[in-house]
Ligand binder design. Structure first.
Ligand SMILES: [Zn+2]
Length: 393
């Protein structure tokens, strides 16, 4: 126990120790201030004798400091942990204790898991819904506890002594029990790092909730991260204010107006497109040609999708159901064709099948409508159209 300096709420970012084990990618020290990943809290990073410590894990009772250079057993070393990061973790972790206790104290909601990420922190509560009033009350209480600057104590107790404390959760260990106590508020078995009093958490802000099956995930930030959140949100608001030409309290209305306008424009564009396709269909119909006994509306296009070809064909046949429609389009380096009729007698499926080998293509359909697509390397869209027309003779 004594070799874990981070256990004692001590603000120790520099320490000296002796190397007791040295492997290819990690070393073990006689004592360490480096906190290993665990209990929902990420590990400390920093340096040992100037060499970067990228990861710290507790494996088989030893704390392994992972690094890229070798230090021999018996060496005296100086360890320095990244204090800014560690203090941030302390603020977030202690803030989580306070928020969890506030949820439990006010509403009996139990925290079932905790995650400390590099941007945000989450806890999962065993409840399906939390109202915004409840969130506000909890946030208020949590910040009140911070304001009161209550002591955060750590205590080593035996299995028997534990019973004197109103613990929030059943302990997962039976010996070397470490309690973290905020008097008259929170009693908790915990091996993490904490500041010495609640005031150092500075502030807690709940950012939002997300329902997850039968639980609710609460996202929040503490300490310096509250200031960073406000800073980032202010930046976003200021950009939106200038983009939407509206002050902060009118941004929502301005955004809704924009979305509404967009919907109207989309509808208008659709109507205009349909009109254009109808005009196009009428134009094509005027240029219908006669092949053998069949009247054919034919065209080759650049960059028209199969869907567009189908719309034009439908329009053509709506004006005149006696014609045959043969369209080819070159789009995205491929050839696409459509053969369609309504009352005429040509078998469009057979027609389509007859030209597929030319473009090494694939297609399908029925007697009235068939389509296909294939390579444009060996033949142009005009030549493919000529070939289709030839099949009608
Ligand atoms: Zn803790």
């Amino acid at each position: 126990m004594t070799n874990k300096l981070y256990y004692e709420n001590v603000y120790q970012s520099i320490f000296v120790a002796t190397v007791t084990k040295s492997e290819d990618d990690y070393i073990v020290l006689s004592e360490t201030a480096f906190y290993p990943t665990g209990g929902g809290q990420p590990c400390d990073t920093g340096t040992i004798n100037g060499i970067l410590v990228s990861n710290v894990e507790e494996v088989d009772g030893e704390i392994r400091h992972y690094m890229n250079d070798y230090i021999s057993v018996g060496s005296k070393v100086e360890g320095i942990i990244d204090w800014e990061k560690r203090f941030d973790h302390m603020q977030q972790h202690a803030g989580q204790h306070i928020l969890t206790a506030a949820f439990e104290e006010l509403y009996g909601y139990e925290t079932i898991s905790f995650h400390l990420g590099s941007e945000k922190i989450t806890i999962d509560l065993n409840v399906e819904n939390i109202s915004s009033t409840e969130l506000e009350k909890v946030e208020q209480l949590a910040n009140q506890i911070i304001l009161e600057q209550r002591k955060i104590e750590t205590k080593w107790v035996s299995k028997e002594e534990v019973n004197q404390y109103p613990l929030r959760k059943i302990l997962s260990v039976e010996e070397n029990i470490r309690l973290v106590i905020i008097p008259e508020f929170d009693y908790n078995g915990c091996g993490g790092t904490h500041p010495q009093n609640t005031g150092e958490v500075q502030a807690i802000t709940i950012l939002g909730t997300e329902r997850q099956k039968k639980k609710t995930r609460v996202e929040f930030v503490c300490g310096q991260r509250v200031r960073k959140q406000i800073h980032n949100k202010t930046n976003v608001v200021s950009k939106l204010t200038s983009l939407l030409h509206a002050p902060q309290n009118e941004l929502e209305t301005a955004a809704l107006r924009l979305i509404d306008r967009n919907k109207t424009l989309e509808k208008e564009i659709k109507i205009l497109k349909d009109n254009i396709l109808q005009f196009e269909a009428q134009d094509l119909l005027k240029d219908a040609i006669k092949v053998a006994d069949h009247r054919v509306v034919q065209a080759s296009f650049a960059d028209k999708s199969l869907q567009e070809l189908q719309t034009i064909a439908r329009n053509v046949l709506a004006f005149d159901s006696e014609v045959n429609v043969l369209f080819v389009s070159e789009i995205n380096g491929k050839l696409q064709f459509l053969c369609q009729r309504e009352k005429s007698i040509i078998n469009m499926k057979n027609l389509a099948q007859s030209i597929l080998p030319v473009i090494n293509g694939r297609g399908g359909g029925n007697e009235k409508q068939a389509q296909g697509g294939g390579e444009s390397k060996t033949i142009t869209s005009e030549a493919l159209l000529t070939m289709l027309l030839h099949q009608l003779k």
